[in-house]
Design a protein around this ligand. Structure first.
Ligand SMILES: [Zn+2]
Length: 481
């Protein structure tokens, strides 16, 4: 009887190994070989225009009173004089004060339009880091085959590469097959009111775009372990954003005869509970897409795992959860960001508050997360409420099979040989999250390779990236049928 059981077990094991190996060896690459247009020149003018764009301090400050409109007006004048033919041919509107919307009429009115997005604003240089920069952050310096400065990677490379390309094509009397909108917000770094207004305007005009392309993913040679080829990560969804305020009110009093449990104790316990009871990890749709796209290109062990996620789910999730970025890809994250209580060293405070920030996986709506948080804390003394209505739900997921995804993936492969394209989940927030009603196919991707210093010191992008971006936009715009 026992012998029979072991025989049965052996057969099951062999079948399992057979299925796993079969899946691994038949896990075929979904990358297409394509032929490309010749790469564009990085002429002196093309370089100078990017350098000059960086000299405008189009900064979005946390404190709105610091907003310097003259920098934005200057930048927009610069665009006008640098790209005159674009401004003759395309219709330009100013939205919400300083955001720009251009319309380039397409040849075929039966085809749905596309929207190319980028933002004009940049983040400030922190006072404490000013002296740590190798170059003047607004000097537009070219050094060691990189273009240096605030806004190079985020996001002036896209504004300028798009404008350069449109100017070139308009000068040839080229007209795109579809109508193309260019949407350049002016306050992406502080919430994107400009993008909200542009999206509203397009919606009012009944414009349903075939796809929207905005920043989000990049190309990388370094960031995906196990891969020898470069990878282009196309954001097909964006995590949601929620901040909750936890408030505890209790008997205060003199610190010489404290209560058994104070407001601070109760709050600390709640925060500790939240951190020690994280949301369960899971594969979102972009993560499944990533495994399907990258798996066939990986070394044997990873390929076997990605080919059989039904069996190796725990192992894959375990590996991802080891790094902060990996963990953020597979989980709704929880982190306290502000804590306040107390005014004097010998007074026990009556009120203690904390703000906890959550980034929501696709499908995890804020209402449900709030309920789950209350259940996790399980303490009626802790009041849980959303902070300032600063909530954005996780985005819908753009299908990999959509025209937009396929077109952009193919264009990337034509602009950067050997690159593997893959969907992925964008962890941060972009302006395109406001465009859900303009298109159900939103792709978040900047055609640059391993940019450095995003939002930080010595922000820079390689000349190779700039060239790739120009090549990418030219091939995309020429082939929008
Ligand atoms: Zn950005």
């Amino acid at each position: 009887m026992i012998k029979k059981f072991f025989l049965f077990l052996l057969i099951v094991m062999l079948l399992l190994v057979g299925v796993v190996l079969f899946n691994t060896f038949t896990f075929k690459s979904n990358q297409q070989p394509l032929s490309a247009l010749p790469a564009p020149e990085l002429s002196e003018t093309t370089l100078k225009n990017f350098q000059q764009a960086l000299s405008y301090k189009t900064i979005s400050y946390g404190d709105p009173s610091l907003f310097d409109s003259s920098q934005f007006i200057g930048f927009q004048e610069f665009l006008k004089t640098t790209y005159p033919k674009t401004h003759e041919t395309l219709l330009r509107e100013i939205v919400e004060g300083y955001s720009l919307l251009y319309k380039w009429e397409g040849k075929n009115p039966d085809l749905k339009p596309v929207v190319l997005m980028a933002h004009q604003d940049v983040v400030p240089i922190e006072e404490a880091t000013k002296s740590m920069w190798t170059v003047d952050p607004f000097g537009g310096v070219i050094k060691d085959n990189f273009i240096w400065g605030r806004g190079t990677t985020d996001d002036k490379i896209n504004v300028i590469a798009i404008m350069e390309t449109v100017e070139k094509l308009v000068s040839e009397n080229f007209q795109p097959d579809r109508t193309v909108y260019l949407a350049f917000g002016h306050d992406e770094e502080i919430g994107g009111k400009g993008a909200v207004a542009i999206a509203k305007l397009l919606k009012e005009r009944n414009i349903a775009a075939e796809f929207v392309l905005d920043e989000g993913g990049i190309m990388t040679r370094e960031k995906v372990p196990g891969l020898t080829k470069p990878v282009a990560l196309l954001g097909t969804a964006e995590k949601g954003y929620l901040s909750l305020k936890l408030t505890v009110t209790a008997q205060g009093g003199h610190s010489s005869m404290p209560e058994k449990e104070t407001a601070i104790d109760v709050l600390a316990k709640a925060l500790n509970t939240l951190r020690s009871k994280p949301f369960e990890p899971e594969f979102s749709e972009p993560m499944h897409g990533l495994m399907e796209s990258l798996g066939p290109e990986m070394p044997f062990v990873q390929r076997m795992a990605f080919a059989n996620p039904w069996l190796f789910k725990k192992m894959i999730l375990g590996t991802y959860s080891q790094s902060n970025t990996g963990d953020a890809m597979i989980r709704t994250t929880i982190v306290p960001t502000i804590i306040e209580a107390g005014i004097k060293d010998n007074v026990v405070p009556t009120v203690a508050t904390a703000v906890v920030n959550f980034r929501l996986l696709p499908g995890h709506l804020s209402g449900q997360v709030i309920e789950d948080v209350k259940i996790k804390i399980d303490d009626k003394r802790v009041n849980v409420a959303p902070l300032n209505n600063n909530v954005s739900e996780p985005s819908a997921v753009t299908p990999v099979k959509s025209f937009g995804y396929q077109k952009i993936a193919a264009t990337i492969q034509k602009s950067y040989p050997q690159v593997i394209t893959s969907p992925f989940l964008v962890i941060g927030a972009t302006d395109s999250r406001h465009f859900a009603e303009v298109s159900s196919n939103i792709i978040k991707f900047s055609p640059m390779i391993d940019p450095i210093g995003f939002h930080g010191i010595d922000e820079r992008v390689s000349l190779e990236s700039y060239k790739t971006a120009l090549w990418f936009y030219e091939q995309l715009l020429r082939d929008l049928n």
